[in-house]
Ligand binder design. Sequence first.
Ligand code: LMR
Length: 394
Amino acid sequence: MLENLSAQPADKILALMATFKADPRSDKVDLGVGVYKDATGNTPVMRAVKEAERRILNDQKSKAYVGLAGDPDFSAVMKDLVLGDSVAQERVAAVATPGGTGAIRQALELIRIAAPQATVWLSNPTWPNHPSIIKYLGMKTAEYRYFDSATRGVDFKGLLEDLEQVAEGDVVLLHGCCHNPTGANLTYDQMSQVISLMQKKRAVPMVDIAYQGFGDGLAEDAVATRQIASSFDNCLVAASCSKNFGIYRERTGILMAIAKDADQQALAQQNLAFLNRQNYSFPPDHGARVVTTILQDPELRADWEAELEETRNSMLALRQQLADELRRLSNSDRFDFLADHRGMFSRLGTSPEMVEKLRADHGIYMVGDSRMNIAGLNAKTVPVLAKAIIDAGI
Ligand code: LMR
């Protein structure tokens, strides 16, 4: 049987992680996978997470199964964190999932059950695992233009032109905030125009929100998602706790399906629980319990918010430092976009050959499409990167 297998395409982000690990240079710089690192290169366990884990260790009386949809308290705190009061909670079906990727996978499987003919529209570019999972599930996909390689901002005209082609019932996948891989985001006004267009086309929005709190703030980063959720009868929202709680390996995420009314919500809830059962039965609980413990406790929540804010500000400071350094070295403002981008990533907007040159000559690792993880930098490596970019002639 196994002789029939052929090699699967490598995920380019994960492949880069392996190449970085194998590089013996001590001054190599990892700007690959999206993991936050502090100034010492460590990915810390957040203070509130440590305290929540301590409490769970002390107080937890059982490890028995929780429920197919996960803990209802986790769903409640996450609905509140992501959706606020944009929709009535009774319209929202929700299941805990293994990370944000699990939520995306379940969302796509739900779409495949409910609308097998629907095309899922993805921004070009998008997180590479989006098209990969869609293809694996045998679903139809199309792209809408997103990135303007001249300005390194959003190609809004191209985006609107392409979304004009969306058919009724198609799904449009949008990044809730902090677009991955570009770092370029729609303004609130642009998002309103996209919403109007999707309403006109009778499309169904799907939101991937994996970086809430990494852009402009927890509430600010949820504005687009809430605006979308409140504007449609149906909408899917896949949220990740990996980054904003720093619990990457705990695999903590949630899929929320916003239904038209309570009857539809019950049906969606039943289908989501079914999908969990088919794919992995009960979702992981530890990370979800940590998140619930933090969000339900005012003191822990305040401490988590404060540390998240420190994290966000440190990424903004690195962006500014890099933009300033490049302005100085290039004698131009052509890298100012780095300070305008938001979230963990920025697309530098250079060729794969240049990306390879930065790796070979300077030990600087970024994804082949020139996505840089800004959180992989520190005050010392920013000048090294800036000099390498200029030396390479970018
Ligand atoms: C990334 O884009 O680097 C992260 O979302 C990690 C991953 O799983 O790819």
